[in-house]
Write a protein of this length. Structure first.
Length: 393
């Protein structure tokens, strides 16, 4: 139910190898998802700077505020943890980071994901360039490419996430009725699914996610005509007969995420609702068939776009076919005409082409699939047909 220390060691060794190949002395990573990926330490970024430092010998050290010291020592697969008192303080924390870089022999040429801790939540501070006198080489591309190919253990955690997202969605559909609100239905389904998950998995479960701590399912405001807004926000909308509903469900499992989305209708679907629903399913089927090792991400989008062309559906288009997923709910590469990344076994994608009509609503299923040696494996498995997704009025 978690990534083992040996895998973290392998990940760190690969990063150190890249550092050596580039002739660098080490690397600094500030992104909390990167820190989690290489160390197993999940934390919530605040105004207090935190970073992972890796040197060319493969030694890994965490730089954290004092309040995170014991948390990091207990959970991070690193050689040592260095901390500073607080931010702001009489001495800026980045001075302590400079000392850690010196102790780990990370100097002169080194890599980083960004030139200093980002200015979030009121933080202000020097860049790495200002701190060390040398501008870091950006190594984010290597990190992202490494994270894009999931190990067997990572895929199993995503599969476990999909299982509990599936349960949450079953409950969401079961409890949705005209006259109720999205808030009460979402909360009931989410709470019950989370409690069931905790009963089944037990005390070994860890979410390792700053936003979610269990299984969840909801609508995020995509109800009725609002369903035509792909990234709407929840607004305690009351369900009505005839509404098109777009859902979302998942669960963080040791940091890993899946994505399950479905389009449902309350009451007997209209002819236009059926037409758009059927086209949406056809688009998703085309995308499934186009995802295979050796193809390009852009090839998948081109295959889907050809269907838009053939059936004159461009008035309903709003976004690309899908994206990778893992420790973050959106990752690269992207199933988009502008991304020529080669699809490789071990990549995990959401597949979610949509159709959006201002007068009718939105139509989008999303399934999470893993790329295999000869195609894809579905990690989500909720029914996709309209009959199964029609809610009695």
């Amino acid at each position: 139910m978690k990534i083992q220390d040996a895998e973290f060691e392998q990940r760190g060794a690969a990063l150190a190898g890249h550092v050596r190949d580039r002739g660098l002395s080490g690397a600094v990573l500030f992104d909390n998802a990167y820190v989690l990926y290489y160390t197993g330490f999940a934390f919530i970024p605040t105004e207090r700077p935190a970073a992972l430092v890796v040197n060319a010998d493969g030694e890994r050290g965490l730089f954290v505020p004092r309040l995170e010291r014991e948390h990091a020592q207990a959970n991070a697969t690193v050689q040592h943890v260095s901390d500073y008192p607080e931010y702001p303080s009489e001495r800026h924390p980045m001075e302590a980071l400079r000392e850690l870089l010196e102790r780990m022999a990370v100097r002169d040429g080194f890599g980083a994901d960004q030139d200093g801790y980002p200015w979030i939540l009121g933080y202000r501070g020097p860049t790495l360039t200002e701190l060390t006198g040398a501008g870091p080489e950006k190594i984010t591309g290597f990190v992202e490419d490494q994270m894009a190919i999931k190990s067997r253990a990572e895929i199993e955690l995503i599969r476990e996430s999909a299982k509990w997202g599936n349960l949450a969605h079953v409950l969401l559909q079961r409890y949705t009725r005209p006259g109720l609100t999205e808030t009460e239905v979402t909360q009931r389904a989410t709470n019950e699914a989370t409690l069931a998950m905790l009963d089944a998995i037990g005390p070994i479960y860890r979410a390792q996610n700053g936003f979610f701590d269990g299984a969840s399912a909801g609508y995020r405001g995509q109800i009725g005509r609002n369903a035509a807004i792909p990234h709407a926000l929840a607004n305690n909308i009351t369900f009505r007969t005839g509404d098109v509903l777009v859902t979302g469900a998942g669960a963080p499992v040791w940091g890993y995420l899946s994505e399950l989305e479905r389009t449902m209708v309350i009451g007997e679907p209209s002819d236009e609702q059926r037409r758009l629903f059927d086209h949406m399913v056809a688009l998703q089927n085309i995308a499934f068939g186009a995802i295979k090792p050796g193809a390009r991400c852009s090839d998948v989008d081109r295959a889907v776009r050809a269907y838009y062309d053939e059936h004159a559906l461009w008035d309903y288009w709003k976004h690309h076919v899908g994206h990778a997923i893992g420790l973050r709910y959106h990752e690269g590469p992207f199933l988009d005409i502008g991304d020529d990344t080669e699809i490789r076994p071990g990549m995990v994608f959401t597949v979610e082409p949509g159709l959006y009509s201002a007068d009718v609503g939105g139509f989008r299923h999303s399934d999470t699939v893993a790329v295999t040696d000869d195609g894809i494996e579905f990690l989500t498995y909720y029914p996709r047909d309209l009959e199964s997704l029609t809610i009695p009025a």
